[in-house]
Design a protein around this ligand. Sequence first.
Ligand code: CDP
Ligand code: MG
Length: 695
Amino acid sequence: MANLPILQFEDKILETVDQNTVAVIIGETGSGKSTQLSQILHRSGYTKAGIIAVTQPRRVAAVSVSRRVAEELGVRLGDEVGYAIRFEDRTSERTCIKYLTDGVLLRESLSDPELKQYSVIILDEAHERSLNTDILMGLMKRLIRLRASNLKVLITSATLDGEKVSRFFSDCPILNVPGKLFPVEILYSSEQPKSYIDSSLRKAIDIHVNEPEGDILIFMTGQDDIEKLVSKLEEKIRNLEAGSCMDAIVLPLHGSLPPEMQVRVFSPPPRNCRRFIVATNIAETSLTVDGVVYVIDSGYVKQRQYNPSSGMYSLDVVQISRVQANQRAGRAGRTRPGKCYRLYPSAVYHDDLLDATVPEIQRSSLAGSVLYLKSLDLPDIDILKFDFLDAPSSETLQDALKQLFLIDAIDENGTITAIGKTMAELPLEPSLARTLIEANECGCLPQALTIAAMLSVEGTLLPGRSKSTDKKRKHPPSELPDGSGWGDHIQLLQIFELWDQTDYSIDWCKDNNLQVRGMLFVKDVRKQLSQIMQKIAKGSLDVKRKERRRDSQHDYRSLRKALCVGYASQLAERMIHHNGYRTLGFKCQLVQVHPSSVLRTDDDGMLPNYVVYHELISTSRPYMRNVCEVEMQWVTPILHKLEKLNVSKLSGGSDQSEEKTTVNSDFPKKVGPIDDSSSRIQAARERFLARKTNK
Ligand code: CDP
Ligand code: MG
C-alpha cells in the first residue's frame, strides 16, 4: 500500500483541494484513487466538518472498496467506514468515510438537496460515464455555488478527458497522478475469432503451458459467457498431464458475484499456482486484481442500449472502444512487464474501434432520471436544457417525459404531480413505483410490494431464467406455481406467497431451485419498500399480507389493474389470429412474448388481447419480458391520454407552441385489434429483419 502512486502526491492533492472547490484527479487504474483519496482527506481533517462521500457506479465496487479501506484503517466495516447501495445500508452514526453508489447519492439529494452532511464529495470512476454520475456532475455544478464555503468536490477518473470536465466546472484544476505501468507487449490475432469463448480458451491454455508464472485476466462479455468459459477451462486444466505445468485455479469476476466469491478474487493466490480470472469489463477499471501479467482481450463488451422511439432495450455484444482496449491491456503491466493478447487484428483496433465508449446517458431510458430532476424542485428548470456534460438526445428526453405523463407523474404542463413526488421517494423504477401507489389505493399493496421486490433483485431468482438468453426452461419445475395463466408478475407473487407459507424455509428454496440468497434479499427488500410506503402514507397503509390472501385465490383483478396503471407506457395489443403483439402508446413495434413467460393461451390457443410488460428487449428478436394480462377497459383511458400529449409543454420549456408530436399517428385511432393483413405482412418483415440482423 505504501508505494501506491497517489500517496506520493499527498501534499499536492491537499494543496489543490484546499485552494479549490472542485478539482479533477486523473490517475491510472490501481494508482489508489478509490482507496486512498478518502483516507488522505480524512487524515488531514476533512472529516471533522462532515462525511466524505465517495460514489461508485457499480455496487460491487462500493462494497469491495469500502471493505478494503476499513481493513486498512483497522476498523469494522459499517463503523467509521461504511457503504450504502440500493436496499443495503452499512453505515452508522460514526461513519465518516462513506462509499455509495451514484444512484444512492442522487436519491439522498432528494431529501437533502444541499447534501449538508458531506464535507467532501468524490465522484469516483467518472470515466465510466454512468448515467447517475453524469447527472450528479450537473447537480454538483449547482451545489458548489450554494456551498462554495464548505464543500469540496473531486472528480476522479482513470481515462476521462480531463479537459472536458475541467471546462464543465469553469476550468477547475486537473491533477495528474502518473502511474507506474510496466511495458505491456501487445499481440494481435491474424483474424477475428469465430467464437471468442473458444479462442480465449485456447489462448489461456497456451499461456498456461508455455509462459512463466503470472495470473491471466480474460475479458468476457457477461455472466453466461463467463460461466461457460470457467467450466471449459476447468475441464481442460483437469485434463492436462499431471505435473506438466503449475497448479491453476479459475475464478469468475462479475457484478452479481456472491460476496464469498469476491473475497477469493481479492485474497492472495496460493503459492506456485496460476490464477485464471474470467471477468466482465468490471475488471477494466473499477476493480483491480493484483498479480495479473497476461491479459486476453476478446474485443467485445455487452452493452445495453435503449431506443427511445421504440421504447426497446437491446442487449448487444458490441466492440469495445480504443480507450477500453488500452485499459484492458494496462491491467497486464501493474506489477511487472506483461503481455496483452488481443483476439482481433491490429487493423480492427486502428480502424474499427470507436475512440471512446458512448456514455450511458446517451443509451438509456431517462424516465427515472427526469423524474428525479423534476422532483428536485429546482427553480424554473427546463429539462430539455439541463446542463449535461454530454447531453442526451432530445428524443430520449421527450420519451422520458411521455412516459412520466402517462403514469401521472407529471401533468400536461410538465409539472411534477403529488403522485410523481411520491414516486420519486421510492427506490424503484417509475413503473413499479406507480404500481405501488395505485395498489395502495385499490387495496392490494401487499401483493404489489412483493412483485416490486421480486423484480428489483438483480440476477436471476428462478431456475433456468437467465437474463441474457432466450432459452426456454429445460425442466419446468412442476412444484412452482404458474401464475394461474395471468402471467409472470402473478407467478412471482405466488412463488413468494408459497415461500411465506413455509415460513421462509431455505430448504424449500433449494428444493425448488430458487436462489436462496436472492429470495432472502427479496424478503428484505420487500420489508424496506413496505416501510418506505408506510412512511409516505404516515402509517395508514394496509401492508398486512396475510389478511389479504383470499383475494389472491381469484383473478388478481385489482392487482392487475394497478400493474396496468404503473405500466401505462408499456402496453401491447395482440394482433388478430396470431400470437404476435404490437406495442401501443409509443411507436408501434411488433414483439413476441418471451419464451420464458408463464403467460398461458386460451382454449383456442390464443394469448390475451392486452398485456403490460416489464421490459422490452431485443435479443435474437424483440421480446416482452415479464408480462401480465390486463383488460381493455383499463387500456382505453391510457390511449385517450396519449391523444392529449404535447411534448414541448411537458418539458416545462417556455416554448409552448401547439406543436403536437407524431406519436399519435402510430397508434390506432380506434381502440381494438387492428387490420390483420397489413400487420401480418409487417410481422413477417420484422421477423425477416430480426433473422437478418442476427446472422
Ligand atoms: O481507484 P484506483 O484504480 O486508482 O485504485 P484502487 O482501487 O484504490 O486500488 C489501489 C490498490 O488497492 C490496488 O493495488 C488494488 O489491488 C488494491 N485493492 C485491493 O487489494 N482490494 C480491494 N478491494 C481494492 C483495492
Ligand atoms: Mg478506482
